[in-house]
Design a binder for this molecule. Structure first.
Ligand SMILES: [Zn+2]
Ligand SMILES: [Zn+2]
Length: 224
């Protein structure tokens, strides 16, 4: 089952959502900075050909691949995408053990081989990623995994599996920790403007204002 690719214009950017197929229907995002044509790919979980077709429309090329975290359903397409676009893939240093075990995970969970990225560069802390014409902020949001991050653009944010539209990431996988995730989500929502759009790793987008309302009720739950 394929879904068509949804595209939205947000200021200087367009955001195209490529929803991958079963079992997880994870969201991959292609972000295009319209003034420069520079494109970033976030969490290419699989189906590299479909993602490459979005990136390559109008003769475009990718500049970089960013990972919110290292689960197989978010990086399974990196190897093939890097064969088409020889660009670095970035992730947080604390995610190294998760990414390092991806091949064995994928074998056990998905019965398929997922090759590790060809080029992988780790960052530490919460750097500003500086590109030609714009910056991307990093918020370190561990809890779903030890090195999970959110990528903060001007007016929109990619939250990976830290926060979904009315849901949070699971914390029962290796390196997951409920209280840490709760603290990360609280800090994330406090630090963003209410109108900012939130794009998550699975499911539909929503806004910080909607998320705050939901969270103020859901935070009473114990996610540990
Ligand atoms: Zn995950
Ligand atoms: Zn996921």
């Amino acid at each position: 089952m394929f879904s068509t690719n949804d595209s939205e214009i947000l200021g200087e950017f367009s955001v195209t959502t490529v929803i991958n197929t079963p079992p997880w229907y994870e969201n991959c995002y292609v972000i295009r900075h319209r003034p420069t044509g520079r494109q970033l790919v976030i969490d290419p979980g699989g189906e590299a050909d479909r993602i490459a077709a979005v990136v390559g429309a109008d003769g475009g090329t990718a500049s970089e691949i960013l990972l919110t975290h290292g689960h197989p359903d978010h990086l399974g397409g990196v190897y093939d995408l890097q064969a088409k676009f020889d660009v670095p893939c970035r992730a947080h240093q604390e995610e190294r053990p998760i990414i390092g075990s991806v091949a064995s995970w994928a074998g056990a969970l998905m019965r398929q081989r997922i090759p590790a990225p060809r080029r992988l560069e780790y960052f530490t802390g919460e750097p500003a990623l500086v590109y030609d014409g714009f910056d991307v902020g990093v918020l370190f949001t561990p809890g779903h995994t030890p090195g999970g991050v959110c990528y903060v653009f001007d007016g929109f944010v990619f939250t990976g599996d830290t926060l979904f539209n009315r849901g949070v990431g699971r914390t029962d996988l290796p390196g997951g920790h409920g209280p840490t995730l709760t603290a990360s989500i609280a800090r994330l929502l406090e630090s963003l403007t209410p109108s900012a759009r939130l794009y998550s790793g699975h499911g539909p987008a929503w806004t910080v204002a909607e998320a705050r309302t939901w969270w103020s009720q859901a935070a009473a739950y114990d996610f540990a």
